[in-house]
Write a protein that binds this ligand. Structure first.
Ligand code: AMP
Length: 200
């Protein structure tokens, strides 16, 4: 199962990504997590993107794509072709480049889970997360900026995937276990359709 999670900040990508990964036994690749880890370790990559993260702006497309390429190749080496990608793609350029990369490695996405939740709800959730986790980009100003980037740059790519018939919208304003159930049911259905198509 190869899954993309596309959603605004605070919609639960990380949480649901971990649930999907453990349910299907596939790697969970969170580009934001990988970037924050590089920043925390002070690697050259981390230093080059620290300001982008601190300003709530997207890192360059090539940086995000390189993280995914590395993760795909690592998964392949372990003989795994499934994945759940959270936080990627975020631009049309990334979506098209990730598709070409997937074609090359025979790892194109089977399904895009689009987590839908209102700006008011994610703003409320991120206020709580700011108190608990202290993420540098969860301040009210940066949350507003990240939401604006999501609506103008990221959200339009959903239509591109919808043309390929692989988008599943999920109401992410519900409690976490309910959202997880909705996602897993949708993925199970998708999985059996893929298996049937493979066998035909
Ligand atoms: P996230 O953890 O998904 O909320 O991502 C946190 C931050 O990491 C974002 O605000 C961006 O600065 C950066 N980031 C994560 N994924 C990407 C991506 N695919 N493209 C560009 N920037 C990204």
């Amino acid at each position: 199962m190869r899954v993309l999670l596309i959603a605004p900040p605070g919609a639960g990508k990380g949480t649901q990504g971990a649930i999907i990964a453990s349910h299907f036994g596939i790697p969970h690749i969170g580009t934001g997590d990988v970037l924050r880890d590089h920043v925390a370790r002070g690697t050259p990559l981390g230093e080059s993107v620290r300001d982008h993260l601190d300003r709530g702006e997207l890192v360059p497309d090539e940086v995000a794509l390189e993280i995914v390429r590395t993760a795909f190749v690592q998964a392949r080496v372990k003989g795994m072709t499934g994945y759940v990608l959270d936080g990627m793609p975020r631009t049309m350029y990334q979506a098209q480049a990730a598709y070409r990369m997937g074609k090359e490695l025979d790892m194109t996405a089977d399904v895009v889970i689009h987590l839908e939740v209102s700006d008011a709800e994610v703003t409320r959730r991120l206020r709580t997360r700011a108190r608990i986790e202290g993420r540098s980009d969860d301040t009210p100003e940066l949350v507003a900026k990240r939401l604006a980037i999501y609506h103008t740059v990221t959200h339009p790519i959903i239509a591109w995937y919808a043309e390929r018939g692989i988008v599943v919208p999920v109401d992410s304003s519900k409690p976490i276990p309910q959202v997880a159930t909705d996602i897993l049911v949708a993925l199970r259905i998708r999985e059996s359709r893929l298996a049937a198509a493979d066998g035909s």
